[in-house]
Each structure stands twice: as structure tokens, then as C-alpha cells.
Write a protein that binds this ligand. Sequence first.
Ligand code: ADP
Length: 464
Amino acid sequence: MSLRTRLLAGLAVLVFAAVATAGWSVLAVARVKLHEAEDARASVIGAQIVALVQRACAQSCQSGDVGEVARTLVDGGAAPEVVVVDGERRLIAASGDVRSAQAIADPRLGTALAGIPSLTRSGDALFYYAPLRTQAGRPAGAVRVRMPGDEEVARALHDARLLLVGVTLFDGGLVLLFGALFIRRVVEPIEGLSAAARRVADGQLDLPPVPKPRSNDELAHLVDDFNRMTVSLRRQREQMVAQEKLATVGRLAAGVAHEIGNPLAAVLGYVDLLLHDEPPDGAGRDSLERIRKETDRIREIVAELLDYSRPVTGTVEGVRLVEAVDLALSLVKPQARWRDVEVARVLPDDLPAAATSQSRLVQVLLNLFLNAADAMDGAGTITVRGRGDGDMVELVVADSGPGVADDNRGLIFDPFFSTKEPGKGTGLGLSISRSIIEAYGGTLTLAASDAGATFIVRLPMWRG
Ligand code: ADP
């Protein structure tokens, strides 16, 4: 059975039970009160009839006398049946349609013969029993008066019962109608969530977010949490894929770099030897210089590759971010591409220390600064901001360059992704930087910004 049907059935049963029990309780109380009033009236009439019968039967008692007595007391309505028995319980007189044998067998007549009057109800009729006495006051027999119940009362109770059934059915209908609407609002988001959860379980994480219900209730929060979870899972999967890629590339790079390193050192050594010991003139020297420069570049790339493949380990220390930023700046300032770059440092004095390695953090900052200088083509402003944020410290490096193209935002942390001219970039800087920061429990991200590129480095706060 679907959730929708179960909720609807449950709601209908609940409302039906509530309305029915409340209605029947009210009806029961009303019936008791009405019957009490009816009993009181019947007792009075019964007592009057008995008094008249007593008088009519003082000498001798005839059925006609008894019938007359009953008729005189009830205007218009059906005359009550009266049964009179003597002290030996023999029928003396009866009025109306009385079956004498049955009437005489009535056990309550015995009680009345013992001198105790009583009133009882059977079906729609009321029975009043009373003793008959001689003029001297001695028990002489008993009278049973059967009076029809009050039709108004019976009709009122009947109508009330009908009304109750009608109200219960009407309420049941209302519950089904509004319940269905209400349940749709509850069940639809759950169905959406369940369909989305199935797709996530099948590995589809590029889902559009599950539409949020308009209400701001637990369901809306659940949908929000689910959407956030999907985004987080997607991000984690992307990170895992990137890390796997990094690991594979790292192993490859380490092997190649190691193989290239030794012959490269030899080539550089020979070139240096030639330039130093027997420097040729003119074009020859120029060629040697070029060979040296290009080989040097290969050495740099090889060094970067080795750096890339080296696992980020090292002791964690409390690194003052101001010092790390200044150290990185002092290293980049002499470079030609830094010629017209201005730096705005917005670093509060009480900026907490980060738990990382200073040399590794400087390496990351160096990479961010050089990328910014490249993007701004050597002229512009780099703003470095810092702040503590809960258990983390944050460094923001923003530049006034052209920023990262939307299409490239998801690629710039991939190894070997570079938009720089061949020979100018290896595409390893950001991916190495990210793995360094992540190795210390932090994050390196590209923030959304209107102008330029903004990179955010977050590292755990030093608690040493
Ligand atoms: P490389 O600098 O060797 O290209 P990186 O991994 O450091 O490798 O950078 C990858 C790419 O990210 C760059 O080629 C560039 O397209 C982009 N990038 C990095 N920093 C910036 C920046 N500050 N502004 C614009 N683009 C940037």
C-alpha cells in the first residue's frame, strides 16, 4: 500500500473515530437526560392513574372502570393499559390490549404486591407498578400501568442519530478531500526525493536539485539537506577523480623525471664547461647560451614534476601568515613579470597562525602570486586579505587581471591544464598547490568574483 493511501486511510479512520465517539457520547448524555425527564413525568402520571384506580376499585373493580380511568388521564394520545391484580395475583381488571396471562406473570407485579412501587422501561413503553390498598391501608393487590413513551423524545433521539451519521459521513468526505490535497503536498516532495535518491544510488550525481516545497517546514529542510548532500557528493567524487589522476600522473612524472634528470645534469654540465673553459665567439656562443637556457627550462620542469610526485609530508608547525606572505612576496618581487604589480596587504595583526609548513605555504603563495602577475601581464594590483574563521584561518589572494574564463573554472586545478603559451606554463602549479594545502587539512578554491581571479586558501588554525 502506498504512503499516500496509508496516510489517507489513517486520517479518515482517525477523524471518523473522533467524530463518532464525540457524537455518540453527547447523544448518550442527551438520551439519559431525556429519559430521566420522561421517567419523572411517567411516574407522576402512573401515580395519578393508580390513585384513580384505587378509588374506582374501592367497591368492586371492572375492566371498563379501569379503562375509563386510563382514558380520562391521557388527552388525545393512546390510553395507557392498566392491569389490576388482587393480593393473590389474580386478574381483577384490565384495560386495552392486554394478554392477561403474560401480565400476571410480570415479576415486577410481585414487587408491587410487596408494597414497593417501581418504574421500568421496555422498548418504547414505560411500566409503572404500584400496590393497591384497602381503605384501612392493608395491601389488597397491585396495579401495572403501561404508558407509551414520549414520541417527541423518540423522534428527537432518532433525528439526532441521523444527524450524527450525516455529520460523520460529511466529515469523512471533507477529510478525504482536504486530506488528499494535504497529503499530496507532503508526499510529492518525498516521491521527488525518493526518485532522486534512486538516481544518486545509481551514481548519477549531476542531478538538477529536487524542487523545494513552498512551505518552510521539516520537509523543505529535508529537500535542502538532500540537495546539499548531492552537491557535496559530486564535489567529493570530482576530488577523488582529480586525486586519482594526480596520483597516476605523479607516478609517471616521478619515473620520467628521474630518468631525464641525470642526462640533463650532464648536458648542463657540458654546456657550462664549454661556456666557461672554451667560450666560442659570435653565433656559436649565442647557440650555447640558448642551449643552456632551454636545458635549464627542461630542468625546471623536471624539478616541478619531481615536486609534484613527492608526497607532501613534513612536520606541522604554527606558521604566521604575515611572515609567509612577506617571504613569498620578497621572492617574486625581483622577477621581471612583477615590474608594475602593486600589492595591498590587508592582514590584521592578530591573525591566528596556521597549522602547516612554512616552506610549503610559501611555495603555494609564490605560485598564486606568479599566476596573478602573469594574468595581469605584469601590471595591476594583488590584494592579500586574511582572517580567522572558526577553527580555520583564511588567506584570500585576489588580482585585478581578466579572471578565469567560465569554461576553465572547473579545469584549472587539473594537472597539466594551462592556458599559457607553450613553454611558459606546465599546468602543474595549482594542482600541486591544492594537494599541498589539502595535505594539511585545508582547501584551495577559486572564488566567484566579478573582476579578476580570487583564490582562497583555508588552513586549520594552529593550536600548538
Ligand atoms: P600554469 O601556471 O603552469 O599554467 P597553473 O596550474 O598554475 O599552471 O594554472 C593553470 C591555469 O589556471 C593557468 O594556465 C591559467 O589559465 C589559470 N590561472 C591561474 N591563476 C590565474 C589567475 N590569477 N588569473 C587568471 N587565470 C589564472
